[in-house]
Design a protein around this ligand. Structure first.
Ligand code: G1P
Length: 275
C-alpha cells in the first residue's frame, strides 16, 4: 500500500514546561492565536490527504475529544449570529475526518506512545505528527511533502533540519549518505547525543512516516535515553537495513514545546494573519 491514510498524534505527555497552564488543560490544546496546537497538526494531516486521525491520549486529556466533536449548545447559541464564522474551520475538520482515541496508561517514551497507537493503525504505513512542533509553509505542507516522498521510497521517513551543533542534546540526530536533493539514506541515529557524539547536526523534528513493522521493532527495543523507549532507537534498526530516509523539508518549524518557540510561533502567525 503506498497511500498514507492515517496519522498518529502522540498526545499523552504532561507538558510540564508549560505548568501551571497545563495543569488542567492538555498542552496540545494550548492555542497559537485562537487555534489549538493539535488542530494545526490535524489540518496539516488533512493537507496531506489523510482523513483518519489516531490520537494517543492520557489521563486529563478529555478536552481533546470534545474539541474534535460538535458542541450542540454552542452551535445553538451562535447560529445565525455574526459569530458563526468562528466555528467554520473546526467544523470543516470534524466533517472531513474521523478521530479515534486510545490511552497510553504509562508514560514510557515516544516509542512506547507510538506502540500504544498500534491498535488504531493496524498493518499499514502511517504518519506521525508531534503537535508541539508547529510547521508552516506557504507552499506544500511538510507532511504532504513527505507523503509524496513515501510514494517513491516506500520506507520510513524522518523530517530533519540543521541545528546549531551545541543543541544536538535536544533532538534525535541522524547521519547518512546523500541520496537525492534534500534526501539522505540514514545509516546512524542517536537520541539526544552530546555534540561530540552526534553523527551530524541534522535533527529530527516531529514529523515521521513509519512502516508498520516498526511496531514489532519497538516491542523489541530496550529503554534508551532517559530510561524511555525511544522511536529513534527503533528506527535505527530499520536504518541499519537501509530502510530509513531523512528529508530536509521546506518550510518553517517552531518548537512550541518551549515557551520561547511558542512565543515566536505566536508572533509569526499574528504577523502573517495581519497581512
Ligand atoms: C522527541 C524525539 C526526538 C525528536 C523530537 C522532535 O523528543 O524523541 O528524537 O528530535 O521529539 O521534536 P522530545 O522533544 O519529545 O523530547
Amino acid at each position: 500500500m503506498s497511500k498514507i491514510r492515517k496519522c498518529l498524534f502522540p498526545a499523552a505527555g504532561y507538558g510540564t514546561r508549560f505548568l501551571p497552564a497545563t495543569k488542567a488543560i492538555p498542552k496540545e490544546m494550548l492555542p497559537v492565536l485562537t487555534k489549538p496546537l493539535l488542530q494545526y497538526g490535524v489540518e496539516e494531516a488533512i493537507s496531506a490527504k489523510i482523513d483518519t486521525m489516531a490520537i494517543v491520549t492520557g489521563r486529563g486529556k478529555r478536552a481533546i475529544e470534545d474539541h474534535f466533536d460538535i458542541s450542540y449548545e454552542l452551535e445553538h447559541q451562535i447560529k445565525g449570529t455574526s459569530k458563526e464564522h468562528y466555528l467554520t474551520e473546526i467544523r470543516k475538520v470534524i466533517t472531513n475526518c474521523t478521530f479515534s482515541y486510545t490511552r497510553q496508561i504509562e508514560m514510557k517514551g515516544l516509542g512506547h506512545a507510538i506502540l500504544s497507537g498500534e491498535t488504531l493503525i493496524g498493518n499499514e504505513p502511517f504518519a506521525v505528527i508531534l503537535a508541539d512542533d508547529l510547521c508552516d509553509n506557504d507552499g506544500e505542507s511538510v507532511l504532504s511533502q513527505m507523503t509524496k516522498l513515501y510514494a517513491k521510497y516506500r520506507c520510513s521517513i524522518v523530517a530533519v533540519e540543521e541545528i546549531p551543533m551545541e543543541q544536538t542534546n535536544k533532538y534525535g540526530v541522524v547521519g547518512g549518505n546523500a541520496e537525492d536533493d534534500n534526501v539522505l539514506r540514514v545509516t546512524d541515529m542517536v537520541e539526544k547525543p552530546d555534540p561530540k557524539d552526534a553523527p551530524s547536526n541534522l535533527a529530527i523534528i516531529g514529523r515521521y512516516i513509519l512502516t508498520p513493522d516498526i511496531f514489532d521493532i519497538i516491542r523489541e527495543t530496550k529503554p534508551g535515553k532517559g530510561g524511555e523507549i525511544q522511536i529513534t532507537d527503533a528506527l535505527l534498526t530499520q536504518a541499519k537495513q537501509g530502510r530509513v530516509i531523512a528529508y530536509k523539508f521546506k518550510g518553517k518549524r517552531f518548537d512550541c514545546g518551549s515557551v520561547d518557540g511558542f512565543v515566536k510561533a505566536t508572533n509569526y502567525f499574528y504577523n502573517k494573519e495581519k497581512k
